[in-house]
Design a protein around this ligand. Sequence first.
Ligand code: SAM
Length: 392
Amino acid sequence: MELFKVDGWNIKTDKVAFAENKKKKLQDKKNKKAKANKKLKDNAKKKATSANSIVVNPDVKMRKFGEKKDQSLSPSSSTEIDKTSTKRNHEEIAKEDIDSTIQSKPQRKLTPLQQKMMAKLTGSRFRWINEQFYTIDSGSALDLVKKQPELFDEYHDGFRSQVQSWPENPIDVFVNQLKARSQKPVNAPGGLPGLTDDNKKLLLLIWVVVKQKLALEVNNFYKSFNQKNRKWKRNHEVHSFDLKKVNDRITVADIKNVPLPDNSCTIVIFCLSLMGTNFLDFIKEAYRILAPRGELWIAEIKSRFADGKGDEFVTALKLMGFFHKNTDDENKMFTRFEFFKPAQDIIEERKAKLERRQKFIEVETEKEELEKKRQKTAEGKWLLKPCIYKRR
Ligand SMILES: C[S@@+](CC[C@H](N)C(=O)[O-])C[C@H]1O[C@@H](n2cnc3c(N)ncnc32)[C@H](O)[C@@H]1O
C-alpha cells in the first residue's frame, strides 16, 4: 500500500506533477513579461533619439541660440533665451510625439479618430514653430530655417490654414491699394511715390516681405496696366525677402539687413512680418532704404498690440523718424498702418532742431529712452506681443 493512501482520499500523482508545471508556466510568463517590458523601454529610447534627430531638440537648439547671443553681447535677447530654454511645454512635447507618430505611422488609411489626433498634433507643431519665430531674434530665425528648412514649410502650411478662415487677407488689401493708387500719376496727390532714375524715368521700387503672392500680383498688374496704358507706362521693380527661397522672386535675407542701397525704394511693405523680437531693427532698415517721401505700409495682427490699439507702436515708429499717415483698424484680425519718410529738407530741419535743443539742455531724447528700453527688454516682449494662435 502506498504511504498516505487512504480509501476515498486519493492524492493523484499527476496533480502533483501539475503543480510543478504551473510553477514552470508562471516562470515562463514572468520571463515573457520582462522581455516585453525591455522591448517597450528599448522602443521608447529609440523613439526619443529619432525624434530629436529629425527635429530640433528644444534644449539643444536654445542653447545654440544662447551661445550666439552671448557672442553678439545682446543682454536683452540672451535673458529671453535663457528663460525659453528651460521651458518644455506641452507644445514641444507634442512636437516630439508628432515626429515619433509619423515615423511609426503604419502605411494604412487613418481612422477618423486618428485623423483628428493627427490634425491636433500638426496644429500643435505649427503653434510651436510660430512661437519660436516670435520669441527669438531675426538672426536666430534665419539660422533656424537654414538648419531646418522644413520648419518654414510646416509653418506656412499652418499659417495658410489659419488665414483661410479670415474674412480678408491683408495682402489683398495691399494689392488693391497699389492698383487703386496706380491709376493716378506717380508722385501726384493720391498717386504712388516714385523715384527718377538716370534716364529721368519714374521708378516705383516696392519692397515686400512676403512669400510670393504680393510680388506676383503686383508684377501681373503692371504688366497688364502697361499694355493698356502705353502712354503712362509704369516702371517698377519688386524685391521680396524671406527666410527661405521658395521661388525665384525671393531673396533670402534677414530683413534687418537687406542688400539694397540707401534711399532706393519708394514703398516698403511688412505684411504680418514683424516677427523677430528685434523688429524695430526692420523699421530702421526700412527707413534706410526708403527714399524721402517713400512710404512704409504695415499690417499686423490686432492681438499683438500691447496697448490694444497700436498707439504706442505708432509713437515708437515716429521716434525712428517716420511720419504717421494713417491707421486702419476696420478689419477684425489685423490693423494696417501707413507711414512715410519725410522729405529731405524736413529731415535736415529736424536734425538741426534736435541738435540745438541738445546743446542747451542735457536731456535724454525720447529716442534714446526707447533705445535703452529695448536694450533692457526686446521690443517683441512689450511693444508687439508674440502672435499666439489658439487651439481649435
Ligand atoms: C506670418 S508670415 C506672413 C507671410 C505673408 N507676408 C502673408 O501675409 O501671407 C511672416 C513671414 O515673414 C517672414 N519673416 C519673418 N521674419 C523675417 C526676417 N527677419 N527676415 C525675412 N523674413 C522674415 C517669415 O518667414 C514669413 O514668411
